[in-house]
Design a protein around this ligand. Structure first.
Ligand code: 13P
Length: 252
């Protein structure tokens, strides 16, 4: 049985943009997305979620960049999943390498956040990826396996979870994994998930590539059999380049 996976293109805006810029960017994405055959998600910073949600149409979805695993309470600076739902989010990025490196986020924390996201009805976009040092030491697959083991909940399904493979050395550097190298890791992710999740779940699960994906390299990456879309940083800050990637995904 072959599984047809609908491509996903998600824009991680990171810590960029003020309200009016976010609204303009979101409007540009909405305008260009009406006849694209892929899922499109924009993930602005927390303060932009509400204003951006008000201009989203054409089934463009809203995602946050993080959440807390507790439902509420004395967690200064954190945001609960219920607040994300209240802001019309359907998705949340979890375990991004910038959170892992800059905020001490461990696999266990990522898993707890994913469980909280599921309980709130959010789709978790769970990020994994190796550093340059781990790659140089031949530890790419082992690193990814460890991260998947400890950060993807048993309850993960193709409906509530998207995996994003983001080699840390490719993020914001202009360096991109070759399509073949990225495909090897994506194939490893799908195969490895089969040790803990059913064949049907893992065949249907979308696995995105992230790390300097741009209009110029998107088609070659997306042509790989296990690359089901992209998690885009820099190129998502411009509606035209983001939409060019979405068009490449939509043409698959
Ligand atoms: P860049 O596309 O800027 O390399 O960022 C990728 C990323 O981290 C998306 O989450």
């Amino acid at each position: 049985m072959t599984f047809k996976r609908k491509p996903v293109v998600a824009g991680n805006w990171k810590m960029n943009g003020l309200k009016e810029e976010g609204i303009e960017l979101a409007r540009g994405v909405v305008e260009g997305s009406s006849d694209l055959n892929c899922e499109i998600i924009v993930c602005p910073s927390f303060p932009l979620l509400h204003p951006v949600s008000e201009v989203l149409e054409n089934d463009v979805k809203l995602g946050a960049q993080d959440c807390h695993f507790e439902p509420g309470g004395a967690y200064t600076g954190d945001v609960a999943v219920s607040m994300l739902v209240d802001a019309n989010c359907s998705h949340v990025i979890l375990g991004h390498s910038e959170r892992r490196a800059d905020h001490g986020e461990t696999d266990d924390i990522v898993k707890a956040k994913a469980e909280a996201a599921y309980a709130a009805g959010l789709v978790a976009i769970i990020c994994v990826g190796e550093t340059q040092e781990q790659r140089d030491q031949g530890l790419t697959m082992a690193t990814i396996s460890t991260q998947l083991d400890a950060s993807v909940p048993n309850e993960a399904t193709a409906e509530n979870t998207i995996i994003a493979y983001e080699p840390v050395w490719a993020i914001g550097t202009g360096l991109t994994a070759t399509p073949e190298d990225a495909q090897d890791v994506h194939d490893h992710i799908r195969t490895y998930l089969k040790t803990s999740h059913s064949y049907e779940v893992t065949e249907a699960m979308r696995i995105l590539y992230g790390g300097s994906m741009k209009p110029e390299n998107a088609s070659d990456l997306l042509a790989q059999p296990d690359i089901d879309g992209g998690l885009i940083g820099g190129a998502a800050l411009n509606a035209d380049s983001f939409l060019a990637i979405a068009k490449a995904a939509s043409d698959l």
